[in-house]
Design a binder for this molecule. Structure first.
Ligand code: MG
Length: 392
């Protein structure tokens, strides 16, 4: 155990992952300290957090929220970095060299900070799956270059990492990703066209931010996770299976070459994978949500119905096509989800927009972060235009 607390840089500190990280800092006193924290626009929450944890450096990316913050908290203003993405990179530049970056950002904006941190040699606990989805090869290269470690915070990937511990990669036959199926797993398909935003956001087993909750309902989340697993564990796409598991107790499984299965079970609590990441792949002592196999009831595993979840298939097709198509897929999805959250797009409008984007653009694989973000930008502009033209 480190003699002095390990500094943490929380990107997306006021979101659901940030909240879990702060909880763990409280649960493991003396082991971690919050050195830096960023938020998008929740200035008041950032100020409260900065005071409570004596955070040295802060970023507030949304420029108007940043101006309000400076007016309301003049004493904290000197701790602020520049607005926008530049402020996040500033945090990464200035962080002490032993810092672990907890990337809880939402969407492709998470890529650049992930790459910058790894290149600098800072370990990253990655909850921002879009980093790997949009720039998988670039992220892995940055980790190699910087000699930094990348720890998955996604519950499925943490489960796989836990199962793989002690098993040589050559013994792995397949990865089995479990999916809850979201709120519409039993809804008659003809009702999907008329679901409300509240129904979309009512996830049966996990409490998470709105973007990932929508992605869970469409199962795009699982599609992105297939891609994430492909890069993270260097496993070919056909060897990653998705299985519907309603209870969200088995967080994922691996199948070894002799047919043996290993699974990781536990409560649906994001603090668990986060703690495993903060512990650098060790199970640290902590009293989290209690879990009791005797009372958990029975576990079920079912085939996923592809007609109910067209986004899952779109993700696989994009991934089989090229790294460029994956970026188009992700950007189109982010714009479509934003449209849904503004109530400019219906739930069943999401998949056709993504499919249309994938047919319209087929960029080559990017060789730099800038190229990746340019494809992302172009796709967003196009899809945002489509959504705007659909408005009455
Ligand atoms: Mg997950």
């Amino acid at each position: 155990m480190a003699a002095s607390p390990r500094p943490l840089l929380l990107l997306g500190a006021t979101g659901s992952i940030g909240g879990s990280a702060l909880d763990l800092v409280r649960l493991r006193p003396g082991e971690f300290r919050v050195w830096g924290a960023s938020a998008h626009r929740r200035g008041e929450e950032l100020a409260a957090l900065a005071a409570r944890h004596e955070v040295e450096r802060l970023a507030l990316s949304e420029p108007h929220a940043r101006e309000d913050f400076v007016r309301a908290h003049p004493a904290l203003a000197p701790r602020l970095t520049a607005p926008g993405g530049a402020g996040l990179l500033e945090l990464i530049e200035e962080a002490p060299s032993e810092t672990m970056v907890v990337n809880g950002l939402v969407g492709a904006v998470g890529l650049q900070p992930t790459v910058a941190a790894l290149r600098r040699g800072l370990d990253v606990a990655l909850a921002n799956k879009e980093s790997l989805v949009v720039g998988g090869p670039l992220v892995l290269e940055a980790a190699r270059e910087g000699g930094a470690r990348l720890w998955p915070v996604d519950s499925e990937h943490s489960a796989i990492a836990q199962c793989l511990r002690g098993n040589p990669p050559g013994e792995l036959r397949r990865i089995w990703l479990t999916a809850s199926g979201g709120p519409f797993r039993d809804l008659p398909p003809q009702r999907l066209a008329s679901v409300t935003l509240d129904e979309v956001l009512d996830h049966p087993t996990w409490k998470m931010g709105p973007k990932i909750t929508v992605d869970s309902a469409t199962m795009m989340n699982k599609g992105l996770e297939v891609i994430e697993a492909h890069y993270l564990f260097d496993v070919p796409l056909p060897r990653i299976r998705v299985v519907l598991h309603r209870e969200s107790i088995v967080h994922s499984m691996i199948e070894l070459r002799d047919g043996a299965f290993l699974a990781q079970l536990g409560a649906a609590d994001m603090r668990l994978p986060l703690l495993f990441a903060l512990g650098e792949g060790h199970h640290l002592e902590a009293e989290l949500k209690p879990f009791d196999p005797v009372t958990m009831g029975s576990l079920s595993f079912e085939e996923v119905d592809p007609r109910r979840y067209p986004c899952l298939d779109l993700a696989r097709r994009a991934a089989e096509n090229s790294a460029g198509s994956i970026i188009v897929l992700n950007a189109a999805n982010e714009e479509a989800v934003a449209g849904l959250l503004r109530e400019d797009l219906s739930f069943t409008g999401i998949a056709p927009l993504i499919e249309r984007a994938l047919s319209a653009l087929s960029p080559a694989a990017p060789s730099t972060v800038e190229e990746a973000l340019a494809i992302d930008e172009e796709t967003r502009r196009m899809v945002a235009g489509w959504i705007a033209s659909m408005q009455p």
